[in-house]
Design a protein around this ligand. Structure first.
Ligand code: DX5
Ligand code: ZN
Length: 224
């Protein structure tokens, strides 16, 4: 049976009680922590950087999935790895030398991911699929939590999964933005392995239960 992972995005957490939210994720059925780094340049918003990630690493009992929404990410890969990133994802649109950047991530010992924006076709990944550990398909335009899922993304996930299957590759597909109970099933059916969930977890009344319910949906979804 294929495993599906849930990665709560701490961007939607209450930063005045980050410790409690980290503990909640530690004690929940979530699989990873999804950490969004924004530079106010690649995306129109600024979030947090390596010092916060280092602090989170000190408490987290699950892998840190670090999503870099920054220009020139190659300048900071080693620092994010040292801060505790287990998976480092860079944006295709921010990397003129994407092949080299993927190798750089792998040399640090982290898993390497590449993210594509909603307007970027999956075909741009054809020549690097073998080198990757994960593809992050953005289902909103990056920069903010709480946006509406773009349904056209489902076709991109299917297309990407087909391209992998043809070449016998089983890289992870992560989907990020506007994911919640209302669409988790169809996202998994399209071929996703990892669901990022920000607002649908942290803005809910009972975040632990929201993670549980998401996990139930992905467990009960049969893949044809
Ligand atoms: C958006 C970030 C997402 C965001 C998801 O740019 O990459 O990870 O935190 O938040 P929701 O689930 O609220 O769309
Ligand atoms: Zn993200």
């Amino acid at each position: 049976m294929k495993q599906h992972l849930i990665a709560p995005s701490l961007l939607a957490a209450d930063f005045t009680k980050l410790g409690e939210d980290i503990e909640m994720v530690n004690n929940s059925e979530a699989d990873w922590f999804h950490l969004d780094v924004m530079d106010g340049n690649f995306v129109p918003n600024i979030s947090y950087g390596m010092s916060i990630i280092k602090a989170i690493k000190g408490m987290a009992k699950k892998p840190l999935d670090v999503h870099l929404m920054i220009e020139e990410p190659e300048r900071y890969i080693e620092q994010f790895r040292e801060a505790g990133a287990d998976i480092i994802t860079v944006h295709y649109e921010a990397c003129p030398h994407i092949h080299r950047t993927i190798q750089q991530i792998k040399e640090t010992g982290a898993k390497a991911g590449v993210a594509i924006n909603p307007g970027t076709p999956v075909s741009v990944l054809d020549d690097i699929l073998e080198d990757l550990d994960m593809v992050l398909v953005m289902s909103v335009n990056p920069g903010f939590g709480g946006q509406k899922f773009i349904y056209r993304t489902l076709q991109k996930i299917k297309d990407l999964r087909e391209r992998m299957d043809i070449r016998n590759l089983s890289k992870l597909i992560e989907v990020d933005g506007g994911v919640g109970l209302q669409n988790a099933e169809v996202v998994v059916k399209s071929g996703a392995d990892v669901l990022v969930a920000g607002s649908s977890v942290f803005k809910s009344k009972n975040p632990t239960n929201s993670i549980h319910l998401l996990k139930q949906v992905v467990k009960n979804t049969s893949i044809v």
